[in-house]
Design a protein around this ligand. Structure first.
Ligand SMILES: Nc1ncnc2c1ncn2[C@@H]1O[C@H](COP(=O)(O)OP(=O)(O)O)[C@@H](O)[C@H]1O
Ligand SMILES: [Mg+2]
Length: 270
């Protein structure tokens, strides 16, 4: 595997009413081509801040980012905006309510000049089908879709222009559990079919168990543990990681035993 993105010693401070908020502190990690790296942590741990920095919505206070062996500039080129895409928690706020689904997808293709006119029209239908929606949804407005369908549209838009790295910030957190599972399956198959790289952000460790290759755990702006998903679930090293796993619903007897074990350790530590 080769490295697609490196985050090097990134810190981010916000000044709010004369007070300094340290949202990220000396965070370093690498994202390998073709992997799904999960970023997990409680609310306020800095997850969306690192997403915004990767997307170039704002820059870090300190530190550097390297994408495909080149430093990521503060002002992103068109090519970089094409290559790195975002899927947010709430597609209602990211999709223009007055624009049809087809027009939203079409806009992404137009901006990045993918194909000619007729190809783009055809492509919007194909994109919808790729995310499990009928091509006829082109004419619908976002408000007439369910939450899960809207999130599929947001995913289709992120994939429209042959993106390479997709940052998913709590993509299933607003969906109910069954819809969540279906969207996760879709994300997993799209990743495999297109050879995508994901940074998958969530406050809920159980969400990433089946999709993540590795998990980075954030606590109060610091990266406190990074390991393979298997290692995180079977031998978490940090007490904070153990607590996060303790909050995950149990699925197998083996995991139940492990969870009891971890809870005991936690109680023992308290
Ligand atoms: N634009 C901002 N201005 C001021 N403080 C911010 C801003 N964005 C995030 N923060 C603060 O930075 C910390 C991390 O926030 P965030 O990255 O959104 O956490 P998470 O996504 O893990 O819930 C929080 O204390 C939050 O209040
Ligand atoms: Mg967030």
């Amino acid at each position: 595997m080769s490295t697609l993105l490196s985050v090097k010693n990134v810190s981010k401070r916000f000044e709010v009413n004369g007070r300094t908020v340290q949202a990220l502190e000396d965070v370093s990690f690498e994202v390998e081509r073709g992997e799904c790296l999960a970023i997990v942590g409680e609310s306020g741990s800095g997850k969306s801040t690192i997403a915004n920095i990767i997307l170039g919505i704002y820059g870090p206070t300190d530190g550097d980012l390297v994408f495909k062996d080149e430093a990521l500039p503060a002002k992103r080129t068109q090519e970089l905006r094409r290559a790195i895409q975002l899927v947010q928690q709430n597609p209602l706020s990211s999709l223009n309510p007055r624009r049809s689904i087809g027009a939203s997808l079409r806009l992404a293709l137009d901006v990045h000049a993918i194909g000619d006119r007729t190809e783009r029209d055809q492509r919007t239908g194909e994109l919808l089908e790729e995310v499990g929606l009928p091509a006829e949804f082109r004419t619908r407005l976002p408000a007439s879709l369910s939450g899960g369908q809207r999130q599929r549209v947001a995913i289709a838009r992120a994939l429209a222009c042959q993106s390479e790295l997709v940052v998913l910030d709590e993509p299933t957190s607003a969906l109910d559990v069954l819809v969540q599972a279906r969207v996760l399956r879709l994300l997993k198959s799209l990743k495999e079919a297109r050879g995508l790289t994901y940074v998958f952000i969530t406050h809920d460790l159980s969400v990433v168990r089946n999709i993540a290759d590795r998990v980075a755990v954030f606590e109060k702006g610091r990266l406190i543990e990074l390991a393979t998903t298997k290692a995180i679930f079977t031998r978490p090293e940090n007490p904070y990681t153990r607590r996060l796993i303790g909050a995950v619903p149990v699925v197998s007897a083996q995991e139940a035993a492990l969870k009891d074990n971890i809870m005991e350790q936690e109680n023992g530590n308290a």
